[in-house]
Design a protein around this ligand. Structure first.
Ligand code: SF4
Length: 452
């Protein structure tokens, strides 16, 4: 999608293309590294900034003729919008493209608020095509650059792997894009519509190699779901382990895939897997049906047994605030986490996650949504909803404040967990929970809490 814009062949000059990442879950942004490589291979000499770990370099913005802002998630888009206003003040005529999952979902708003282009999906290829189409009329000779000016921030600036005093530097890659599933709350289906694409094995292994050379001792495979293509993933893991036997890793996969691929988990452990993230989201059957997760509470328990049985930690993620999640359901989630000794497997921010319904969300196709009075808040990039039980909105606010304050004060996750539980129990007229601090053992994690 584009407004009319022309940029000259000077786009080949060093730094004429600038790629900016706003936020990518605390790891080195693949929204910078892959488009950077693709543009360099196409003959351009882009520069990069990751404002999650460095300040906005005004000189870089001034000399740019084309700026790509990576917005793979909601938080990044919100940051991207304030960045957009700053960029326009510094360099009013620069062409600005937002790319990543949240760009096309919100294209209507973005294109009418100062963005020239929005692209999603295979952003690297599309960015190259877009820039090439902009300079086509100039018939300019493309020179293969023999140097790169882009300096990526060091890996040490990003989230680290941490487990009971063991610290590792984390590298990041993805073996696939998109997802073959259609969970209604996820931003991926509206863009990929049930498709997933494998990234070439050599590309992934080269990215791992580069980051190991830079000091990475742990790799996060950030695929939306690493086990969409289990054979592809396993081949990469085996090759990686052969070259770097002491490298550890984590990946994300759905409960259904854990059950389906149970026989591979002992091998994942042997290859260096330390933890697996899985989007459990809810335990209530009705909520799981609306989110189209295709798992049950019993499946989650089985998945925990499979993963923990292999010596790998399972880190479940949650969406505990939805219009259909009751106070009883919220308390059930807390009880479940306590019973299964998962307190250190859950980042406290997870107890605050509130369902996000962006424009184009597949949730809008669900009949249950028709009864909600949704209003699109374009500037917030989502539909506003309130819970039929006002206590849940109040609980959300209180838990949110509590988690933020505890995080700032460095309060232990266990203490935060029991405080939240006491709050929710009190709201339900129940006695505070019995604290079982001794059964919850530290679990491997990244030092940046997951947050979309
Ligand atoms: S939540 Fe996970 S499994 Fe579901 S569509 Fe999104 S990436 Fe795929």
């Amino acid at each position: 999608m584009a407004t009319e814009t022309r940029i000259s062949s000077a786009i080949h000059a060093p730094g004429a293309i600038l790629l900016i990442s706003c936020y990518e879950l605390g790891h080195r942004p693949i929204g910078l590294t892959r488009p950077l490589r693709a543009l360099e291979e196409a003959g351009f000499t882009p520069d990069v900034i990751d404002i999650a770990v460095e300040s906005l370099d005004v000189e870089k913005v001034e000399r740019a003729r084309f700026i790509g802002i990576s917005v793979p998630m909601h938080t990044a888009l919100r940051l991207g919008i304030s960045l957009l206003h700053r960029i326009r003040q510094i360099n009013p005529d620069v062409s600005i493209c937002m790319y990543g999952l949240y760009a096309t979902l919100n294209a209507g708003y973005l294109l009418s608020h100062g963005v020239d282009f929005c692209i999603s999906g295979e952003a690297s290829t599309q960015l190259v095509e877009l820039v090439e189409s902009l300079v086509k009329e100039e018939q300019s000779e493309v020179q293969e650059p023999d140097f790169s000016i882009a300096e990526l921030p060091p890996l040490e600036l990003y989230a680290q792997f941490e487990n009971d005093g063991e610290v590792r530097t984390v590298g990041y890659t993805e073996t696939t894009h998109g997802c073959k599933h259609l969970c209604t709350h996820c931003p991926i289906p509206p863009v990929y519509d049930g498709r997933f694409l494998a990234v070439q094995r050599d590309t992934v292994l080269a990215e791992i190699h580069e980051q190991v050379v830079e000091g990475a001792t742990h790799i996060t495979f950030g695929d939306p779901d690493f086990l969409n293509g289990p054979t592809h993933g396993l081949r990469i893991l085996r090759a990686m382990h052969e070259t770097f036997p002491s490298l550890t890793f984590d990946f994300t996969t759905k409960v259904e895939h854990i059950l389906k691929n149970r026989e591979h988990f002992p091998e994942f452990a042997q290859l260096g897997c330390r933890f697996v993230i899985s989007a459990v989201e809810a335990l209530n059957e009705c909520v799981l049906t609306i989110l189209e997760k295709h798992h049950t509470r019993a499946d989650v328990e089985e998945a925990i047994d499979i993963v923990h049985g292999a010596g790998i930690a399972l880190r479940p993620t949650w969406v505990p605030f939805t219009p259909w999640t009751t106070l009883e359901d919220y308390l059930e989630i807390l009880q479940f986490i306590d019973t299964h000794r998962l307190v250190y497997h859950v980042d406290p921010v997870q107890y605050t996650v509130r369902l996000l319904i962006p424009p184009g969300s597949y949730l809008l196709n669900r009949p249950e949504v028709e009864t909600l009075s949704l209003t699109l808040d374009e500037a917030a990039f989502s539909y506003a909803w309130s819970h039929p039980d006002a206590r849940m909105d109040e609980l959300h606010k209180t838990v949110n404040d509590l988690v933020e304050n505890d995080a700032r004060a460095g309060v232990d996750a266990l203490e935060t967990f029991y405080r939240i539980w006491a709050l929710a129990a009190d709201m339900q007229g129940q006695a505070p929970p019995k604290q079982r601090g001794d059964v919850h053992l530290p679990a491997p994690r990244l030092t940046e809490a997951w947050f979309c």
